[in-house]
Design a protein around this ligand. Structure first.
Ligand SMILES: NC(=O)c1ccc[n+]([C@@H]2O[C@H](COP(=O)([O-])OP(=O)(O)OC[C@H]3O[C@@H](n4cnc5c(N)ncnc54)[C@H](OP(=O)(O)O)[C@@H]3O)[C@@H](O)[C@H]2O)c1
Length: 385
């Protein structure tokens, strides 16, 4: 039985984790749950799984939860995520919160030598190099939940980077793969949020439409697998069946395939090194018939180029990219800027940034604050009046 802290329990990945806990009551014991402000859903899950404690970052939501649930402790504030992550009574932390707020619990869990089933990609984008060093020092481990990195992890089977010639991450291409490129700039939030193959939270869905999400995944692969960026490529694969391919130095290529269902990579991050029997959706290749691949078109994937730029700049540049993007997405979803303004605006902030000094958690936090402020300054020229 593994004892699990689930951070981001009310989200899309959080829901997948609750589903797995329901399917494997003899293997997964949910000890604690956390969210930002959705107290109703969190309390419902706390009662169902009889957890020992919950955390709501929002203090008012935590107060409501204390009135509605007396089954255990209710923590509040951002620090509460860290407290749940370092709890000695927890073996595995599923980190499924969205945004840079996820970094501190990832660090805390690794420092406490735990396994982190990591969906919060921002942790690795911001601080991949630091996280790899902490895991090496403490013996903690990151098991990727992102389907592409879980795919890579499964293809590599522990092989080091010296055996690898190239890895390829696949991208669905997002909602605008076939749309007339001239009309994409004016896409509405409703159109952007309608993803063709995956049902996900708002932020990652918008990032999938600019392909910045795929760019973030390139940065993640750099640090999770120690691969130089020249060896990381992206192919558009609209069926989302092959998640990753590894070409080894001898020319052999190994790919990982599965139905596009986030419960599968999450299950592997929990069961590893075992595989647990499941009745999750099976891949029926005969029904799919065609698997197709194409190079990403630069006009439809501006986020990919920005992420590569941030990876080259290194240091705090990925943190700047992430924070500026998070703020710009909010402006877009609030209909203050056009979809076509998103990446140029984020690019403007990235171009202003000068990474300096050694990378540290403090430097990342400073860069994050700097980028959010610059984004809002820059946006005043773009915001619709
Ligand atoms: N969805 C996918 O298929 C998928 C695939 C690969 C990777 N990921 C990554 O997994 C992470 C979660 O994605 P998602 O799609 O599940 O997001 P989501 O549906 O938007 O859920 C986000 C979760 O994080 C919580 N949260 C948001 N802001 C928070 C804050 N400031 N402090 C604490 N908790 C906060 C939310 O709580 P409230 O409900 O209370 O706001 C919710 O539980 C992201 O990093 C994403 O990139 C997702």
């Amino acid at each position: 039985m593994i004892r699990v802290a689930l951070l981001g329990a009310t989200g899309s990945i959080g829901g997948a984790a609750l589903d797995l806990a329901r399917r494997y009551p003899d293997r997964i014991r949910l000890v604690s749950l956390a969210a930002r402000s959705n107290d109703a859903a969190l309390v419902r899950a706390a009662k169902e799984f009889r957890v020992e404690r919950i955390a709501l970052v929002d203090a008012a939501a935590a107060a409501r939860a204390r009135a509605a649930w007396t089954g255990g402790a209710v923590l509040d504030g951002e620090d509460s995520l860290r407290h749940l992550a370092e709890d000695p009574g927890v073996d595995v932390v599923v980190n499924a919160v969205v945004g840079s707020v996820g970094l501190s619990p990832t660090v805390a869990a690794l420092e406490a030598r735990k396994r982190v089933a990591l969906a919060n990609k921002e942790s690795v984008v911001l601080a991949g190099e630091l996280l790899a060093a902490i895991a090496k020092r403490t013996g903690g481990a990151i098991l990727p939940v992102d389907s592409e990195h879980s795919g890579l992890f499964q293809c590599l089977e522990g092989r080091g980077s010296k055996d690898v010639a190239r890895v390829t991450l696949t991208a669905s291409g997002g909602p605008f793969l076939r749309r007339d490129a001239r009309t994409i700039a004016d896409a509405t939030p409703e159109e952007v949020l309608r993803h063709p193959t995956w049902s996900m939270g708002e932020r990652i869905t918008v990032d999938s439409a600019t392909l910045l999400n795929k760019g973030f995944e390139v940065i993640e692969a750099r640090w999770l697998f120690g691969l130089a960026s020249e060896r990381l490529s992206v192919l558009v694969h609209p069926q989302s069946v092959i998640h990753a391919l590894v070409e080894f130095v001898d020319g052999s290529v190994v790919a990982q395939l599965s139905a596009p269902d986030m419960r599968l990579p999450l299950l592997y991050a929990l069961s590893y090194p075992e595989r647990w029997e499941s009745d999750l959706p099976r891949l029926k290749l005969g029904d799919i018939a065609t698997l197709s691949f194409e190079e990403p078109e630069p006009a439809r994937s501006p986020g990919l180029a920005l992420a590569r730029q941030a990876l080259t700049l290194a240091g705090t540049a990925p943190a700047v990219l992430n924070a500026a993007d998070e703020e710009a997405i909010r402006l877009f979803l609030d209909r203050k800027i056009r979809f076509g303004d998103l990446m140029p605006l984020v690019g403007e902030v990235l171009a202003m940034h000068r990474p300096s000094g050694p990378l540290s958690l403090e430097a990342i936090a400073d860069a994050d604050r700097w980028a959010r402020a610059r984004l809002h300054e820059a946006a005043t020229h773009w915001i619709r009046r």
